[in-house]
Design a protein around this ligand. Structure first.
Ligand SMILES: [Fe+2]
Length: 338
């Protein structure tokens, strides 16, 4: 309720004054309530929605000056105008510092009272409107951010589908690599933000295979040197394909380097040891394990035990020994191997 329908509480120990103000303010279209003491005022505030209080400074018992902070604390959306004798303007100004909107002096100029009440209520209306707008704005921004996140994940999913349509051996592989990498990253104790990045990189690490010829991708025989070079290009191409939609450089680096080897003999950049981003070292272990335990066009699936033995053997050669150990521990924990 705002404007002329607003509820005003008139607090004054003198009935004649309350009546005078009530008559005029009611005539202006306001809905007026009265209280003859601070306690009655609190009672009225508790039981009614009051937009404005006209509060007498000097009252027997609890004064208006004492009541003001209580009103401000319990009813912060209620405006307060102090009513005071002309000799007490210093106190009135002190009250404004405590949060009163204005003060009016006795004997009242009723036109001024109406003007001050109108301004106080207008200020209240604007404040509430502004707060409401801010709240909606925050909701809108949050909603927008949600839509952007969704569009991003949809784009990633579309790319993953595109690759799966081309390479049936990839189906499910990326998801499993992502899940295994997350399990390793958790066991390593990485923060959640890093784990999220590793998960995403796992889902798209082979996206560059979209650019690899199907005859090479699905070849059952031994690859020629040229064909091997062609297939190796997928990690660089993956980074390139993802660059327009993935802003995060760490994710792009994980994709680019997921075929680096710990001893420096991997590709595309021949990084070694800790030069290789940790996320890429984690992906490498998960990727190799899943590749070994999946059926491929050129060989059958390896057992979990054999694949774990291969990971063990690859420590310091293909794999970061610490990451490999964490993987082997996790694989025992989740019951992949005894
Ligand atoms: Fe790969």
């Amino acid at each position: 309720m705002t404007g002329k329908q607003a509820a005003i509480l008139i607090v004054d120990d003198e009935e004649a004054i309350r009546r005078l103000l009530k008559r005029r303010l009611t005539g202006e279209g306001y809905h007026c309530q009265e209280a003859g003491s601070a306690n009655r005022a609190l009672n009225e505030l508790q039981n009614n929605e009051i937009e404005l209080v006209i509060l007498d400074i000097k009252m027997p018992g609890k004064s208006g000056v004492q009541l003001l902070p209580e009103i401000r604390a319990s009813y912060p959306d209620t405006m307060v105008i102090m009513a005071t004798a002309i000799t007490d303007t210093d106190i009135a100004i002190h009250c404004m510092k405590l949060g009163a909107y204005d003060y009016i002096t006795k004997p009242f100029n009723l036109d001024e009272v109406v003007l001050s009440a109108g301004k106080a209520l207008e200020k209240r209306r604007l404040e509430l409107e502004n707060r409401d707008y801010q709240q909606h704005l925050e909701e809108k921004v949050e909603e927008q951010a949600g839509r952007i996140r969704e569009a991003f994940f949809n784009a990633i999913t579309a790319l993953a589908y595109a690759l799966e349509a081309k390479d049936k051996y990839t189906s499910g592989h990326s998801q499993r690599v992502a899940e295994m990498s997350v399990a390793i990253a958790r066991e390593v104790g990485l923060p959640q933000a890093s784990i999220n990045k590793i998960e995403l990189a796992g889902q798209v690490h082979d996206i560059g295979k979209i650019g690899v010829r199907e005859s090479v991708l699905n070849k059952s025989g031994k690859l020629s040197d040229g064909e091997f070079q062609h297939i190796k290009y997928h990690s660089e191409l993956g980074e390139h394909i993802l660059t327009p939609i993935v802003e995060d450089r760490e994710i792009l680096q994980m994709v680019r380097h997921h075929h680096e080897r710990y001893d420096g003999s991997g590709y595309p950049d021949g990084l070694y040891g800790r030069q290789i981003p940790l996320g890429a070292r984690i992906l490498a272990v998960a990727d190799s394990y899943d590749a070994m335990t999946s059926e491929r066009s050129y060989r059958g699936a390896m057992s979990a035990e054999t694949a774990c033995a291969e990971i063990e053997r690859g420590k310091n050669i293909q794999f970061d020994p610490e990451v490999a150990d964490v993987f082997l521990r996790v694989s025992r924990l989740v019951g992949l191997v005894a």
